[in-house]
Write a protein that binds this ligand. Structure first.
Ligand SMILES: [Zn+2]
Ligand SMILES: [Zn+2]
Length: 129
């Protein structure tokens, strides 16, 4: 059982959402807990059942509003200080949150409004590629 492969994805069936929803959710939360411990922040504060319900209720990235592709491993975004789960986001959108926090703590001088002003300047000066 433990070394069975998913006929659709070829991945370990015990961690496949379609073959084993509970195993999928446990696998995600175990991996998140491991990363959180290594990076010394709180893991997402959500149960296995809560994660399954969130996934069932989510179809679009909570940050950009565009559709999510579940085969593309959307990120479960959460607050590293409180554990609060914010939602599922594209990896490319989720990474912006980390950059925004860094921006706030540096040139944003810890202030949200100042950070947004700086961000608007960056966007205005943005030259693609
Ligand atoms: Zn499967
Ligand atoms: Zn997005």
């Amino acid at each position: 059982m433990s070394n069975q492969r998913c006929a659709t994805t070829g991945k370990a069936a015990q961690f496949c959402f379609h073959c084993s929803p509970l195993g999928w959710a446990k696998g995600i939360l175990n991996a998140q807990a491991h990363v959180a411990k290594a990076k010394e922040y709180l893991p997402p504060a959500i149960s296995v059942e809560g994660l399954l319900a969130l996934r069932a209720a989510t179809s679009h990235c909570y940050l950009c509003g565009e559709k999510l592709n579940w085969d593309d491993g959307p990120h479960l975004d959460h607050n590293h200080k409180t554990g609060e789960v914010r939602g599922y986001a594209h990896g490319s959108c989720n990474i912006i949150i980390g950059h925004l926090n860094t921006l706030r703590d540096t040139v944003g001088r810890g202030d949200r409004t100042q950070t947004i002003n700086v961000l608007n300047m960056i966007v205005s000066n943005w030259i693609e590629d």
